[in-house]
Design a protein around this ligand. Structure first.
Ligand code: ATP
Ligand code: MG
Length: 296
């Protein structure tokens, strides 16, 4: 990525959550002075770059990339994922959406369902929601915690702190196994969410996207923001940073996401596997055989 773009986007990446405050973060692109056309072009370039890097990741078949998306409803998770995906070979990418857990999932520890869905080496895995819901929706609605069949003595006031610790340990473990992790929080304002909900109600082709449940969750906005705040403060690390993406402008949000993914892949110093002298000899033999084939 161009250096000026990189330095512009750098402040969105949180590698140490210690002093993090969501309140001091803008949901808009106020510092972004480029035209729509230029932004679109940068996004396109980023997506093309991503495709080339993914080829190397796949060929090398050693590291993996896990991208996690968390946000309030209508913040643009689906659109951001669609854009990131648009430049990459579907064979090298796996997307999973995590909804309210099933009976089978509830019968396991909270990292079970996401662990089963981790990307293979050489792949990019995308989580549309994730184990972080265990510190968000479950924290905002304590009745969900009650349904988790945990031994009562383990449900104490320390449970959120313990979940952060477990998540940090899990992500450190993944990074020690060759997985790079980037976590995106699409930071949309309450005002913009209202506008998008109203659009979903007014436009026929968006009606299907509207859900009463989403509107109800909006009522818990403040509680969610507190939970997000605490989550980022406790789980932003060097090996698994949170990227707090201003999400009121969709195009800008997608650019921040694409640029961060490119950045993560570039940091891996990926290269196509080197061919040995013996393999080179085989290639040469294959070429001679092909060239000496009779025509037709
Ligand atoms: P969209 O609405 O755009 O299709 P979505 O991600 O909002 O996408 P939903 O079908 O609305 O998908 O389902 C997601 C719901 O599942 C969210 O309300 C989320 O909070 C909830 N959920 C996810 N994980 C958990 C969990 N571990 N415990 C309880 N609820 C969860
Ligand atoms: Mg929803």
């Amino acid at each position: 990525m161009a250096d000026d773009l990189k330095s512009h986007l750098a402040p969105f990446t949180i590698t140490d959550g210690k002093d993090f405050k969501l309140k001091s973060r803008s949901t808009d692109d106020d510092s972004w002075k480029r035209s729509k056309k230029e932004t679109r072009k940068l996004l396109q370039t980023g997506i093309e770059r991503l495709g080339k890097l993914q080829e190397k990741l796949y060929a090398q078949d050693s590291r993996g990339l896990l991208l996690i998306f968390q946000a309030m409803d209508a913040a643009g998770k689906d659109g951001a994922i669609k854009h990131v995906m648009s430049g990459i070979n579907p064979q090298g990418c796996q997307v999973y959406a995590f909804k309210a857990p099933s009976a089978e999932e509830i019968d396991h520890d909270f990292l079970w369902r996401t662990s089963k869905s981790l990307p293979e080496r050489g792949r990019i895995g995308i989580f549309n929601r994730s184990y972080y819901e265990e510190t968000l929706v479950v924290r905002v609605h304590p009745e969900y915690l009650q349904k988790q069949k945990l031994p009562p003595e383990l449900v104490t006031k320390d449970i959120w702190k313990e979940r952060f610790e477990d998540i940090n340990a899990f992500e450190r473990y993944l990074s020690r196994n060759g997985y790079v992790i980037r976590k995106f929080f699409l930071n949309v304002s309450k005002k913009e969410q209202k506008k998008r909900f109203l659009e979903r109600i007014e436009l026929d082709d968006k009606n299907w996207k509207f859900s009463m449940a989403d509107a109800k969750e909006r009522g818990f906005w403040g509680k969610y923001m507190d939970a997000y705040d605490d989550m980022i403060r406790n789980t932003a690390t060097k090996h698994a940073p949170w990227i707090v993406v201003p999400a009121d402008n969709k195009r800008f949000a997608r650019l921040v996401v694409a640029a961060s993914v490119v950045d993560a892949l570039e940091d891996m110093n990926l290269a196509f596997p080197k061919v040995s002298a013996a393999q080179k000899k085989d290639l040469e033999a294959a070429r001679l055989a092909l060239e000496s084939e009779k025509r037709g």
